[in-house]
Design a protein around this ligand. Structure first.
Ligand code: 5AD
Ligand code: SF4
Length: 449
C-alpha cells in the first residue's frame, strides 16, 4: 500500500506544526518527520493555532524536559476542543517510557498518534491508519532495519546534521537514553558518505555527524576514524561530530582530526564529574587521569582545539569534597565552554534509587559555583583570541541585533560582525576585536571563498 498517496488524498494542502524538544538527534528526526509530512501533501507551518496537525517530538533526558512536554500536551487539549479535526501526534524519547505511554493512553485522550524514536519511518502508515480506520494509534516498535533515504525537510541551507549511529550501549547510571533509544545501530559508511556528497552538491558547507557515542560507530576500534577520513574525502568544507565518549575515543580519531583541514578542531568530550569514585558510580568506565591524558594528547596534536564538555552536579552520593574535584578538573582542563546540569532522577535507571548526601540547596550552590568558575575561564580563553583573524562560516543575521551578522569559527565559537545577507553560507575572515564570555565580536577583513 502506498500510505503516503492515500494520506495525500485527504490531507493535500493541510498545515502541520512541529515542536522539537531536546538534542540534535531529535532535531534531525523532526526534519525527517517534516519531510514525510510534505510528501503526504502537508505544508509545514510555524503557527500552531491554525495547524491541522501538531507533532511534539519529545525528550526524556531530564525531568524538566518531560514537564515542559506535558505542559505543551495539556495546552493542545484546548486547541483540539476548538478544532476537533486537529490531529495530535507525539514522537520521540518520552514515548519509550512505559509510565508516559500509560499516562497518554489513560488521561491524554486528545493525543491521536504515538510513534517511537526508532520507528519514525512508520509515520505514513500510522497516519493512514488513524485517518482511514478512525482509531488512536500507539506504535513504537522498531522494525529491525534502519530506514535510509527518508525525505528530509532541512531547517538550514548551509549546515546539516547527519546521524551515523542510533542508540547507546553504555548504561551510564543516570541516563535514560539506552532504555528509550535502544541498542547501538550504525549506518553503513557508504550511505553516510552518499548523504554528505549530496549535501555538498547542494551547497552545504558544514555537516555535523551525530550519535550518542560516535566513537563506538560500527562496534568501535578505528571504524569512526575511517569514517571521518571518508567524509573528509568528500571535500565538504567543515565536518563536526558529537558526542564522543572518553572511554572509546581512539588516537586514530585525534590523528585524522589533526591531519584534515576540513575536520573542525572542536571536541565535545563529556566528563560528567572530576572525582574517580563518582565516575565509577556513574558507570563511566574511565578515570580522571585517563580523561586528562586524552585532553593532553588532543592538545599536543591540535594546540588550538576548542574543548567542551557536559557536567552533572549532585549525582547521588556526591559529597562537597568530591564536587571540589570537578572544580579542580575544570581548572586543569580549561574548557572553552561547558554544559552543566543538576542531576535529575530518571525512573528505571540505577541512579534513581541511589541515596543523596547533599540537599537540593547544596547542589544548587555547587552548580552556581561551577558556572562562576567556568564563566571566568571562558572569558579568559576568548580574550586570547583578541586581534586574531579567524575563518567564520556566516549563518545569518544576529538574533539580538539585526544590524549584525552571525557565524561560527572552526572551533564552533559564535562571532558577530557587520555584513550583509549575501555573505550567508560563505566562509569569511573576521578579525576578533571584542571577545566576550559567550561570543566574539569582530570585523571582516576579506572573503576567503
Ligand atoms: N540528570 C542530569 N543530567 C543528565 N544528563 C543525562 N542524563 C541526566 C540526568 N539524569 C546529561 C549528561 C549528558 C547530557 C546530554 O545530559 O551530562 O552528557
Ligand atoms: Fe547516556 Fe552514557 Fe549513552 Fe551518553 S553514553 S547517551 S550519557 S548512557
Amino acid at each position: 500500500m502506498n500510505y503516503e498517496a492515500k494520506v495525500k488524498e485527504l490531507c493535500e494542502g493541510k498545515k502541520a506544526f512541529i515542536r522539537t524538544f531536546g538534542c540534535q538527534l531529535n532535531e534531525n528526526d523532526s526534519e525527517k518527520l517534516a519531510g514525510m509530512l510534505q510528501t503526504m501533501g502537508y505544508v509545514i507551518s510555524d503557527d500552531i493555532r491554525t495547524a491541522d496537525l501538531v507533532l511534539l517530538n519529545t525528550c526524556a533526558i531530564r525531568e524538566n524536559a518531560e514537564k515542559k512536554t506535558f505542559g505543551a500536551v495539556g495546552l493542545l487539549k484546548n486547541l483540539k476542543e476548538k478544532n476537533p479535526a486537529l490531529i495530535v501526534v507525539m514522537a520521540g524519547c518520552m514515548t519509550g517510557e512505559t509510565h508516559v505511554m500509560d499516562k497518554l493512553r489513560a488521561t491524554y485522550c486528545h493525543v491521536d498518534i504515538v510513534l517511537g524514536s526508532n520507528n519514525i519511518d512508520a509515520f505514513p502508515r500510522l497516519l493512514y491508519t488513524y485517518l482511514y480506520e478512525k482509531e488512536r494509534v500507539f506504535d513504537t516498535e522498531y522494525a529491525g532495519v534502519l530506514p535510509e533515504g527518508l525525505p528530509t525537510y532541512r531547517q538550514d541551507k548551509f549546515r546539516a546534521s547527519v546521524p551515523v549511529m542510533y542508540g547507546c550501549n553504555n548504561f551510564c547510571a543516570y541516563c535514560i537514553v539506552p532504555y528509550v533509544r535502544g541498542r547501538e545501530r550504525s549506518r553503513k559508511a557508504a550511505d553516510i558518505v552518499r548523504e554528505v556528497e549530496t549535501l555538498r552538491d547542494n551547497g552545504y558547507m558544514e555537516v555535523m555527524l551525530l550519535g550518542q557515542n560516535v566513537n563506538s560507530y560500527q562496534g568501535g576500534g578505528d571504524a569512526f576514524a575511517r569514517l571521518l577520513q571518508q567524509v573528509s574525502d568528500t571535500g565538504i568544507p567543515r565536518i563536526r561530530f558529537m558526542t564522543s565518549h572518553p572511554k572509546d575515543i581512539s588516537d586514530a580519531v585525534l590523528d585524522v582530526m589533526a591531519s584534515r583541514d576540513n575536520i573542525c578542531k572542536a571536541l565535545h568530550l563529556p566528563v560528567q564529574a572530576g572525582n574517580n569514585r563518582v565516575l565509577a558510580a556513574m558507570n563511566r568506565r574511565y578515570t580522571r587521569e585517563k580523561y586528562l591524558s586524552i585532553v593532553e594528547k588532543a592538545r599536543e596534536k591540535m594546540p588550538d582545539i576548542v574543548l567542551t564538555t557536559d557536567i552533572i552536579v549532585g549525582f547521588p552520593g556526591e559529597t562537597n569534597e568530591e564536587f571540589a574535584d570537578t572544580i579542580s578538573l575544570l581548572k586543569a582542563v580549561r574548557y572553552d565552554m561547558i554544559f552543566s546540569f543538576i542531576f535529575s532522577p530518571r525512573q528505571g535507571t540505577p541512579a534513581a534509587n541511589m541515596a543523596d548526601v547533599l540537599t537540593a540547596e547544596e547542589k544548587k550552590r555547587n552548580f552556581d559555583q561551577l558556572l562562576q568558575v567556568q564563566n571566568q575561564i571562558s572569558k579568559e580563553k576568548n580574550l586570547q583570541l583578541a586581534d586574531k583573524i579567524l575563518p567564520v562560516l556566516v549563518e545569518g543575521r544576529s538574533k539580538t541585533d539585526a544590524t549584525m551578522m552571525t557565524g561560527r569559527t572552526d572551533g564552533g565559537k559564535i562571532v558577530h560582525f557587520k555584513g550583509d545577507d549575501g555573505l550567508c553560507g560563505r566562509i569569511v575572515d573576521v578579525q576578533i576585536q571584542t571577545p566576550k564570555t559567550w561570543n566574539l565580536q569582530g570585523e571582516i577583513v576579506c572573503h576567503s571563498n
